[in-house]
Design a protein around this ligand. Sequence first.
Ligand SMILES: Nc1ncnc2c1ncn2[C@@H]1O[C@H](COP(=O)(O)OP(=O)(O)OP(=O)(O)O)[C@@H](O)[C@H]1O
Ligand SMILES: [Mg+2]
Length: 320
Amino acid sequence: MQKTITLTMNPVVDKDTSVAGIVPNKKLRCAAPMYYAGGGGINVSRALKKLGGSSLCVFLAGGPTGTHLRQLISQEEMAHKAIEIEGWTRENLSVTDTNTQLQYRFGVPGPKVDKDELNSILAYLEEKVNYNDFLVVSGKLPLEVPPDFYVEISKIADNKKAKFILDTSGVALLPSMKANIYLMKPNLGELSTIMDVPSISVIELETLAKKFLETYKCKVLVVSLGAKGALLAHESGIEHIPAPTVHQKSTIGAGDSMVAGIIYSLQTNKSLSEAIKYGVACGTAATLHPGTQLCNKEDADKLYEWVLKNTVEKKEKKPN
Ligand SMILES: Nc1ncnc2c1ncn2[C@@H]1O[C@H](COP(=O)(O)OP(=O)(O)OP(=O)(O)O)[C@@H](O)[C@H]1O
Ligand SMILES: [Mg+2]
């Protein structure tokens, strides 16, 4: 059976708390913290589960914080595999000032990962990935991991004829473009970096998307456009999919929810166009809730109906 395997190279334990007033040089008495597992692939796996799908969630974990991360993932009741590393899993802190409702988010770099540890990731995936599976790589690479490491991962998908799905940013973005990719989901900023342009206007987007497909070994390009929805580009054409206007609470994990929605639909034999529409609905569904809650199925299904009704099919105009 076709499986989905997600890989998170730089996972995080997110620690959330709140305090009334953030001021310097004073001890701030914060509320008891809440802890969440985070990182691109982990979010895709969690969102897939919320939609009714399943995946094998593979992530790196090290030190006491790595043990904590494993505990948090175990509570999610999804199939997972922690690849043991020596460096400690990072822990990020978010503090909401209850006087202003502003959230302050502090992020730290991930641990070092040595060559043997990288080899054990490759060996594990080599064993688990099978023909036609989705291998989803989402999120940044930890510091000092070779920036083209995702290309090594993509070779496993290549050899097994599995589908490599990529959603990354930062230093790994450009070197990853040497990979053989089934589906890539950059946002506009990431697409500008790849195409080496300072910014992209709506008018230029289609031309750049076509150029992207000609330049890179990528079958399906999905450019996420935030509140404006997404652009789907592949060999059969280009489609613009609008997103519903909603009262957004938090856009954290919108991109990961979108990727989960796309995979969930593809796994249930939907067409590419339907899958991206469901992806847009899931991305928007994730914005309806505060914090890192990702999309829920009920919202996603309702928003999908809206997306279906509001997508204008691009039809070639035949001359009279
Ligand atoms: N303000 C919004 N209103 C409605 N839908 C939104 C909004 N922001 C995001 N979305 C939905 O989520 C999808 C992905 O969002 P976005 O383009 O912001 O991805 P991203 O930049 O990769 O996000 P992430 O921060 O998760 O990496 C969009 O295509 C859209 O469907
Ligand atoms: Mg993103």
